[in-house]
Design a protein around this ligand. Structure first.
Ligand code: F6P
Length: 317
């Protein structure tokens, strides 16, 4: 088989490990593997190169993606996708492995509807793909967020301040929820929990009156203007308050062993599925078992509320 591999959307640590696994497993099966640069954009532009083992050596532990990535909203147009298919035909590529998040999966599904043999691999720090327990990159981003929050706790407690820390996650609260629990945050606000500002302010005020020296609030991006919220907390509770937006630092760095392992397993699994004649699916891991889900279903599955972890947060207050 001649298999193409691309990374698309926001980069995530572990994408390189996934590319490496696809290339190595493909070559082991006797395939030819082609790296497609800069996501769907590069595919449309024909930025395609045949990969050898050497192309993917020394990348297992590297953050980012050696293939580069891009967001291409125009891929929603059939005309643009037809250009992509022309490039696949020109290079005699039989099947495509697309590594990314839900935008990447949507592109993959559209290509699959047009007859392309596609497999999706979940690569995003957001953990917002419900057809897998964990996405490649989430573990590393969680580590980065925890490291940063631990540091902020040091200064926050020394100064008896309230620290608001905004983490990424787009529509999914997992980064906030997991990092908040791991770092003992007093409050965790996500799009799943919602922001009850009045309650937050009152609770923080009570905490302060009860003698708690400092407080940590972890909040998902896009919930509110955290700098404005910090001002309101200062005015209402008496805590000095500082807001920190962790931002793109969460997307970089050396992938954790968990991400390397997940990426290696999923990359190899994608090649196995192609050889079995299975495509049009998203690969994932559920209860430590490799699973494949039709792309259309993977996209329909909404990221569910993690009720048991939310309950844990309440119990640990
Ligand atoms: O999907 C990954 C992610 O980092 C989200 O957490 C964030 O909302 C978004 O990408 C930022 O996208 P961009 O790189 O286009 O600014």
């Amino acid at each position: 088989m001649r298999v193409g591999v691309l990374t698309s959307g926001g980069d995530a640590p572990g994408m390189n490990a996934a590319i490496r696994a696809v290339v190595r497993a493909g070559l082991t099966h006797g395939d030819q593997v082609f790296g497609i640069y800069d996501g769907y954009k590069g595919l449309v532009e024909g930025k395609i190169e045949e990969f050898t083992r050497k192309h993917v050596s020394e990348i297992l532990n590297r953050g980012g993606t050696i293939l580069g990535t891009a967001r291409l909203p125009e891929f929603a147009y059939e005309q643009v996708r037809k250009l992509a298919i022309k490039q696949l035909e020109k290079n005699d590529i039989d099947a495509l492995i697309c590594i990314g998040g839900d935008g990447t999966y949507t592109g993959a599904l559209r290509l699959s509807e047009m007859g392309v043999k596609v497999i999706g691999l979940p690569g995003t720090i957001d953990n917002d793909i419900a057809s897998t327990d964990f996405t490649i990159g989430f573990s590393t981003a969680l580590n980065t967020a925890c490291d940063a929050i631990d540091k902020l706790r040091d200064t926050s407690s020394s100064h008896q301040r309230c620290s608001i820390i905004e983490v990424m996650g787009r529509e999914c609260g997992d980064l906030a929820l997991y990092s908040g629990i791991c770092c003992g945050a007093e409050y965790i606000v996500t799009s799943q929990t919602g922001l009850d500002k009045e309650k937050l302010l009152n609770d923080l005020k009570t905490n302060r009156l009860q003698g708690r020296r400092h407080a940590i609030v972890v909040i998902s991006e896009h919930m509110t203007d955290v700098y404005q919220l910090a001002k309101e907390i200062e005015e209402y509770t008496g805590y000095e308050c500082r807001a920190t937006v962790l931002g793109y630092i969460q997307r970089g760095g050396t992938p954790t062993p968990e991400d390397r392992l997940l990426a290696s397993r999923l990359g190899g699994y994608a090649i196995d599925l192609l050889h079995e004649g299975t495509y049009g699916v998203a690969c994932g891991i559920k209860n430590n078992k490799l699973v494949s889900t039709p792309l259309a279903d993977a996209l329909k599955m909404k990221t569910k509320r993690n009720e048991s972890l939310e309950e844990l947060v309440q119990n640990l207050k």
